[in-house]
Design a protein around this ligand. Sequence first.
Ligand SMILES: [Zn+2]
Length: 298
Amino acid sequence: MLASNVPTTLFMQAKTHTLLLHRFCSRLGLIAALLLALGANAQPNNWSEIKTPSSGPASAIGSPGNGCLAGAETLPEEGNGYVNIRRHRNRYYGHPELLRLIEDLGKTLGKSDALLMIGDLSQPRGGPMSSSHRSHQNGLDVDIWLPLATSAQAAQQAFPEGNNPPSLVSTDGTQIVSGWGKAQRLLLKTLAEDIRVDRLFINPAIKRTLCESEKENRNWLHKLRPWFGHDAHVHVRMKCPTSDKDCEAQAPLPAGNGCGSELAWWFSDEAKKPSKPTRPPKPPAIPPAACKALLHDH
Ligand SMILES: [Zn+2]
């Protein structure tokens, strides 16, 4: 009897331990969840949590890297000559002037079977994002992919989250290897010659290709700023609209077309192996006061 009770007792003990362990783990999970929630509250990304633009007149506030956007307009998922991809990110809000620019580009350059693919603009009220961009904060920035889409449906299916259009540039960053043609050149030229556009960020290899191929009018190359990445899309930045008094204009671009020593630097050993920063990192920028008000205006 006793002998037969031993395994039963052990089984009961083991069961009790398992139950206690299960409860302990559940509590641990609960505590972890609470800590995570507290952590999230300690450093909230409130700009991403806001789902609607503010009412009232549109105004780009602050700079693209430290700003926000009042009275944003919503870019439709599809328009004349363009399609907006990755709508689930909820970054399809912009200053009305940015939407007019996109619409004008679509009408001028897009075709029913060759649509411009529009990427991220800003969040409903701009502000910092949780991923992908440090700028795009004041409603004046937009990413436009360099490949064109044969249809809106094809674009949405071909490039879901995490699957970008292929890079146009070789892995060593020195030259264009595919995907470049008249349409891509025309897109960049049209944007650069638009008086509303302040600057365009593009891969150095793409700028170098244009510096070599443009023989007559090279003035428009001035607005093409070489930057890391940007090998399958161009980042478009508009000028501050004249009516937006809280918009901070960026420092003017250097004179000239930027095809000389400035561009050459991007292919130097120094550019490939950036030296470690000698200065301590800058403290986070203080958001403009008007942005704090906009964030809490529900
Ligand atoms: Zn961008």
